[in-house]
Design a protein around this ligand. Structure first.
Ligand code: ATR
Length: 278
């Protein structure tokens, strides 16, 4: 295990089982770029050891951590979560505020920052239509609510899940049935795919983008492949797009800032580095 003495400041990704992650590549890039002595490791911790590990995070030499499957909901209970983590119902980033271990959900910021960079003005193009009602959708919907988007239509294969999520976020989130998509598309300014459709090995998302207005923006959270069938259809129509890799990179910014005290930039060089690892 790392210690602060040997590595400077350090952070880690806690998950189970140990899985391949691009986070070490991202954080090591920024550490090197800014000449910070530090580290970022992957810690495979089973559910029964998670609470113990988190409660002694600083003793293990860590200034904070990312948390992934299956610990994201449990992390909420073991820390002081902010509004974002509470709203999403899951924390993915832990950090110390003095002796207090706090948590946040950086997917919210990652989604919104990526759109701000990839498609400035995206928040003035009309209603939002979010496809999917799982964990990723919650972060997206909360980000849109926080940003003040007035109408957010939420469509999911399983309608009941869309209803539950819409109830949680209030009147501006409107549950929609999957088979009413073609009615919604003409007034959609932002279309977001949070489902796994379009991912390698999954069927593509089958929707007719010709129904979208010309100034609409299309965002996909899927990043393997980087160019999903949805994004290539959107680009072929001349629509602006925001891809899943952009969101992944932007969500890492806040964690690095909280642990290492400097807000890093998502550079083209970093994008290329991570892209080569997909
Ligand atoms: P995540 O945490 O990434 O959001 P999740 O909670 O498993 O993952 O959610 C997956 C989302 O993709 C759900 O909205 C799911 O729809 P259901 O709620 O109906 O399961 C959606 N999804 C997965 N496969 C799908 C498919 N073949 N067609 C339509 N939606 C699909």
């Amino acid at each position: 295990m790392m210690t602060a003495e040997t590595t400077g400041r350090a952070a880690c990704l806690i998950g189970w089982p140990a899985a391949h992650s691009r986070s070490p590549l991202i954080h090591h890039y920024w550490l090197r770029l800014h000449g910070i002595t530090g580290g970022y490791s992957i810690e495979a911790i089973p559910p029964e050891g998670f609470a113990e590990f988190v409660m002694h995070l600083s003793t293990h030499g860590f200034a904070g951590a990312n948390v992934t499957i299956p610990h994201k909901e449990r992390a909420l209970q073991l820390t002081e979560p902010d509004e974002r983590a509470k709203a999403v119902g899951a924390a993915n980033t832990l950090y110390y505020d003095g002796a207090i271990l706090r948590s946040t959900n950086t997917d919210v910021e990652g989604f919104i920052s990526n759109l701000d960079v990839a498609a400035p003005g995206w928040d003035r193009t009309g209603d939002a239509l979010v496809l999917g009602a799982g964990g990723a959708s919650r972060a997206v919907v909360f980000g849109l609510v926080e940003r003040g988007i007035r109408r957010i239509h939420l469509a999911n294969r399983t309608m009941e899940r869309a209803r539950v999520l819409a109830d949680r976020f209030g009147a501006r989130v409107i549950p929609a049935a999957w088979n009413t998509l073609s009615d919604l598309l003409p007034r959609t300014g932002l279309l977001v795919n949070t489902t796994s459709l379009g991912m390698n090995g999954q069927p593509p998302l089958d929707i007719d983008l010709a129904l979208l207005p010309r100034d609409a923006v299309v965002a996909d959270l899927v990043y393997v492949p980087l160019e999903t069938p949805l994004l290539s259809a959107a680009r072929a129509r001349g629509l602006r797009t925001a891809d899943g890799l952009g969101m992944l990179l932007h969500q890492a910014v806040r964690g690095f800032e909280l642990w290492f005290g400097l807000r890093p930039a998502v550079t083209q060089e970093l994008r290329a580095l991570v892209e080569a690892d997909l």
